[in-house]
Design a protein around this ligand. Sequence first.
Ligand code: FAD
Length: 244
Amino acid sequence: MEMKFTAKLSDKYYLSENRRFLLLKFELVEPNEIKFEAGQYLSIKISERGERRSYSIASTPDNTHGFSLLAEIVKGGLGSNYLLNLNPGEVVEVIGPLGKFVVNEKSDQATSNVNNKLFVATGSGIVPIWSMINDLLINKKTLVPIRLHWGMKREEDLFWVDNLERLSEAHPNFVYDIVLSRASDNWELCTGHVQDCLMRDFPNGELNNWEGYVCGSKEIVLDICAKLEELKMKKEDIYHEKFT
Ligand SMILES: Cc1cc2nc3c(=O)[nH]c(=O)nc-3n(C[C@H](O)[C@H](O)[C@H](O)COP(=O)(O)OP(=O)(O)OC[C@H]3O[C@@H](n4cnc5c(N)ncnc54)[C@H](O)[C@@H]3O)c2cc1C
């Protein structure tokens, strides 16, 4: 159920060398417990005039006494500046949990193959998907095949790659691909748009047994959803969240 919370910033640090992605950890003050589903977001008050911005919860639901957010720092952005200037110990006001971009639990049985899960993220759209995948693999011990395609621009934007590698080593049912649209010549993996990589990985359009979870900026999300349908994923099996 959606509620108003106050929370204290306990830590913050950049995830990428180019200082584009900032991770912020909060401890709840009042009320001091939150129940949410992986994939949901919070609306954070960023000014006394009452302006707000939405940020997906990066942490997993087993952490009920706090949460993490990941902000892509947009130059001159109101939310970006607010979070950049926030110091440890300072208190924020959030409303949440919000949103319906969550894993379809009804089909989450290890025996059926209709529940193969394909996650497609671009940029900071990885945040809710990160929470979902960690929750599925670590907390729910899901054995169904899980694939992630994550589109970013350049090598220097990347973060969480070591964590993804560890997750895939510990969980053979999890496979991830990072796709760079502006890769340097040294990048040996997928390049172009995530849509191109999907075409490469599923050339025969065999996604009719997969559910899709797509998150990123509005235009890209719509494009990816159309591509998934082209690859035979059923429209009703595609869930998405647009960062506007
Ligand atoms: C449900 C939901 C969940 C979200 N979760 C996250 C999240 O987990 N992490 C996250 O970083 N954001 C997330 N967003 C987006 C976030 O709410 C802000 O819109 C975004 O961070 C920019 O906010 P800002 O106040 O810093 O910039 P604004 O003051 O809103 O914008 C400043 C300028 O920057 C431009 N701009 C905005 N975003 C971008 C961008 N990505 N690239 C280039 N230019 C841009 C705007 O058009 C504007 O000109 C989410 C949005 C939604 C709707």
